[in-house]
Design a protein. Structure first.
Length: 144
């Protein structure tokens, strides 16, 4: 009887270290998500920082969200070019940080430009794809 009591207490203590959702997943398995990331996408940044505005688009660093209104560069060494519509081009400026939660990107060739020192540079060109999340086909099957 004493061993059963010790086992019961240890189970209670270990259960308290889990949240209710963790216990649910342990008991019944993880639920099937209603939405999944778009498989056509290659990059899923949370934001972007404009480095320079060109005649055709913007040179950017991709950013990951870390906390409320704070981002960190996904890879500080990689600069990307994004072609944007002329209507939005006049709203862009250097060092602008934008949140882009519903956007994802694919690689779309390269972009060549001349920097302020006169050096010719080549960067990866990326293209925006929407939506970032699509309906999960497995979700409807799991609901039946």
């Amino acid at each position: 009887m004493r061993n059963f009591f010790i086992l019961l207490i240890s189970l209670f203590v270990s259960a308290c270290s889990y949240s209710i959702s963790d216990l649910y997943y342990l008991a019944f398995g993880a639920p099937v998500p209603e939405l999944i990331k778009n498989p056509d996408c290659e990059m899923f940044p949370d934001g972007m920082q404009v480095v320079s505005v060109t005649n055709d688009g913007i040179l950017v660093y991709l950013l990951d969200y870390i906390s409320e209104n704070q981002f960190i560069k996904s890879d500080p060494e990689i600069l990307f070019f994004v072609k944007i519509h002329d209507d939005y081009l006049n709203t862009m400026y250097d060092d602008k940080v934008m949140s882009i939660p519903e956007h994802c990107f694919i690689k779309d060739g390269t972009y060549k430009y001349t920097n302020s020192f006169g050096s010719k540079r080549t960067v990866q060109k990326i293209k925006d794809i929407q939506p970032k999340y699509i309906p999960n086909p497995e979700y409807e099957k799991a609901q039946k």
